[in-house]
Design a protein around this ligand. Structure first.
Ligand SMILES: Nc1ncnc2c1ncn2[C@@H]1O[C@H](COP(=O)(O)OP(=O)(O)OP(=O)(O)O)[C@@H](O)[C@H]1O
Ligand SMILES: [Mg+2]
Length: 249
């Protein structure tokens, strides 16, 4: 029996003027997989996420999700279909308390359309979700204004906003960047829990050591192209990958 991949990317390309940010990238992603995407700065990783979540329109190529082309849909429809992403640059409403930042996803049509009264009291749901990603309830961190929170909590807030959308596919763009080893270690179990819940995850990361511990598979990007795709232990052994990394360090 063949299983249709959750996501099928086919010859996806994006150029900005003369810059070929993403070039003819193809890959499949199966349900429940945790895919790591790595590559030097400027290699096209964020653009790839932007193309899937349709924050950026592809120049050419296809994105098929659950068997259906989505590359022509607007971003809000992609969210409704169950794809959520976090941003490399966190952009909360700095003047609002952390839990009030959860309003946007919790009032989205995606959440409204989900069954049950679970989302009845949205403030309570916001506080629960933030606790799930490590906002200690006893310390009342969720009530602090976002602008007063350190980077670690802002990254957790990003994650909570994505989880609130009850996505099937979660794309995390450098969730670990700017975090201490201890903070990363405390977020890893949250990601592992999402996997146990059956979520499919794409993680763009520069923190290779931490990523390799949890990823099933790694794609390596360089100058907009996919130069490797396979188990983490194998991709780093490839000469082209070594060169791409040595060239930037
Ligand atoms: N909106 C844009 N307009 C013009 N050029 C862009 C735009 N977005 C990205 N680029 C260019 O496309 C290339 C890929 O950028 P992208 O942000 O996707 O790389 P990245 O792999 O995410 O890098 P980093 O590791 O630094 O986050 C870069 O040359 C970048 O300058
Ligand atoms: Mg990026």
């Amino acid at each position: 029996m063949t299983v249709t991949p959750l996501l099928q990317i086919s010859k996806l390309s994006k150029s900005f003027g003369g810059v070929q940010a993403v070039s003819q990238v193809s890959f499949d992603l199966n349900e429940g997989e945790l895919l790591g995407v790595i590559g030097p700065n400027g290699s096209g990783k964020t653009t790839l996420v932007n193309l899937i979540s349709r924050f950026v329109k592809p120049s050419s190529g296809k994105v098929i999700y659950k068997g259906r082309p989505i590359h022509s849909l607007p971003a809000y429809k992609i969210v409704r279909l169950g794809i959520a992403r976090t941003f490399q640059m966190v952009r909360p409403f700095y003047q609002l308390p952390a839990y009030k930042n959860m309003i946007i996803p919790l009032f989205s049509p995606r959440v409204k359309g989900l069954v049950g009264g679970k989302y009845g009291d949205r403030d309570a749901v916001a506080l629960d979700l933030l606790e799930e990603v490590g906002f200690e309830r006893d310390a009342h961190v969720a009530y602090k204004i976002a602008g007063a929170l350190p980077q670690g909590y802002l990254k957790r807030l990003e994650l909570a906003k994505a989880i609130a959308l009850e996505p099937d596919l979660i794309i995390l763009d450098e969730l670990f960047s700017g975090l201490s080893l201890a903070e990363v270690a405390s977020i890893v179990p949250i990601i592992e829990k999402l996997r146990l819940q059956g979520k499919t995850i794409i993680m763009i990361e520069h923190r290779l050591k931490e990523l390799f511990k949890i990823a099933d598979r790694i794609i390596v990007m360089n100058y907009g192209e996919k130069i490797a795709d396979g188990p983490s232990s194998e991709v780093m052994e490839q000469d082209e990958v070594k060169n791409a990394y040595l060239g930037t360090e």
